[in-house]
Design a protein around this ligand. Structure first.
Ligand code: MG
Length: 457
């Protein structure tokens, strides 16, 4: 057996590679090639949070190529972090190109440590590179990243769907566009905050989460929280400014709802600081610098008794697929970024489609299961190219994914019915097959998702 340790320094038997398997690992061309591409992703709806509005999301796509295989990662800009634009990420990666292209992909976690000195000043760029390294690492070895980490597909949390700030009637309309989603995350930070939640509650029984994106004061938080609790809110994310620690301690003690850190918890060093001030943390790969530090943050949060959520930026399925690798480690997840991006052609997504998208691919694909609209590598010949939700030219779609997922569903033995949950007839395979797979996975793991409402089956 070849011993292997994970990024946490643990020597886990599940990481040991049988000698026979190691012998089958192909000899690789060690040359890594870095490619960078701009992604300009039109949003489905203008997306407003307390810190700004996005209509077109400008991200950076990172591609690493070795031995004819390609791994992908995504750096997503955000109103909350103005210094990290797609241009600044590109500049940081170009400056580090000589080192990146002479690195080894034997272990993405040690690669991250080696690149920290040259990319640590731009964690968003480091994140995109780390995602691409993990994706390529898994693809070269023919295994999903979660499996390489020794994880199992158990206790997978459901993602919320996020409603950006808008007039109340538009927020209701946006929620109805994704009617039946089990959890909605509501962005707040206006004088109408309570009225928004009251009105949304009139139209759904779903769980609510609130994200104030630093817009509230202590007094506002404590005044709003009791009624928010009666309205079915699960927790409040980042009510106060990121460095309002003393005020946050009071909220932590007096607020009837759990509070989660987002803007107050960016990197590994912030996790212990949150204990005693927040009940949980929302880790984002972009803030932290990728999958490797995110895993260490999760482990540290567990030691401190903090609940763990992983969230996303406005990013395509490239970044979202990387988040998916962490699902078995999480209490909560917000991975709807790719759904917030515009689609040009019908059918409209249902949440079963998202479940299908993540879970069927997660169970069957290698790497972070990221493929683009390009000819498939021979090793992935069984899978049609997966389009990320919107291509850089603004024309997007999931035609490739539909075909691919239909095949994945059939391989998993699912009964494929060519309708989605709304009774529509999408291209290729359907959403029902995915949910049946989901039920099967969840049922095998004893997860409550196995008992989802019948209207989605
Ligand atoms: Mg947030």
């Amino acid at each position: 057996m070849l011993k292997s340790t994970d990024c946490l320094g643990n020597s886990d038997p599940s990481y040991e590679i049988p000698a026979a398997q190691a012998a089958r690992t192909p000899k690789l061309d060690r040359t890594i090639e870095l490619r960078l591409r701009d992604l300009r992703l039109p949003m489905r709806h203008a997306f407003t949070i307390a810190l700004g509005t996005t209509t077109v999301q400008h991200n950076l796509l990172v591609e690493l190529q070795q031995d004819g295989m390609k791994g992908y990662g995504e750096g997503a800009s955000s109103h909350a972090y103005h210094a990290f634009t797609a241009d600044s990420m590109r500049a940081a990666l170009e400056a580090a190109r000589p080192q990146i292209e002479h690195e080894s992909l034997d272990d993405p976690s040690t690669l991250w440590d080696r690149l920290l000195p040259v990319l640590g000043h731009n964690r968003f760029a480091l994140c995109a590179l780390d995602q691409a390294a993990h994706d390529l690492w898994g693809k070269l070895r023919g295994a999903p990243v979660w499996k390489r980490w020794g994880l199992e597909l158990r206790n997978l949390p459901l993602s919320n769907y996020t409603l950006g700030i808008d007039p109340i009637e538009k927020m209701v309309a946006k929620m109805k566009e994704f009617d039946g989603w089990p959890i909605y995350k509501i962005k707040l930070g206006t004088p109408d905050d309570l009225a928004v939640v009251r009105e949304l509650r009139r139209h759904t029984d779903a769980v609510f989460r609130i994200d104030a994106n630093t817009a509230w004061s202590v007094e506002q938080t404590l005044a709003l929280a009791p009624e928010l609790k009666t309205l079915g809110v699960e927790f409040i994310e980042q009510p106060l400014k990121a460095d309002d620690w003393e005020e946050m301690r009071r909220v932590f003690r007096e607020c009837p709802l759990p509070v989660f850190a987002d803007e107050s918890c960016l990197v590994e060093e912030d996790v212990p600081r949150c204990a005693g001030f927040f009940h949980g943390i929302n880790i984002k790969l972009t803030k932290a610098g990728g999958l490797m530090p995110a895993r260490r943050m999760i482990a540290r949060a567990r030691e401190l008794g903090l609940r763990v959520m992983v969230g996303c930026m406005n990013e395509s399925s490239v970044g979202i697929s990387a988040i998916g690798q962490l699902l078995p480690l999480l209490d909560y997840v917000d991975m709807d970024g790719a759904v917030l991006i515009a689609r040009i052609s019908p059918p409209v997504y249902t949440w079963t489609r998202v479940a299908r998208f993540f879970l069927t691919r997660m169970a069957t694909e290698s790497g972070c299961w990221i493929l683009l609209n390009e000819p498939a590598h021979p090793r992935n010949r069984s899978h049609q190219p997966l389009g990320y939700h919107c291509r850089g030219d603004g024309r997007g779609g999931l035609a490739g994914a539909d075909v691919s997922l239909g095949r994945a569903a059939k391989r998993a033995g699912a009964c494929v019915d060519h309708r989605d949950s709304a009774g529509e007839h999408p291209r290729g395979a359907d959403g029902i097959a995915s949910l049946r797979i989901r039920r099967r996975l969840a049922g095998a793991a004893g997860h409550p998702a196995a008992a989802l409402p019948r209207q989605y089956s």
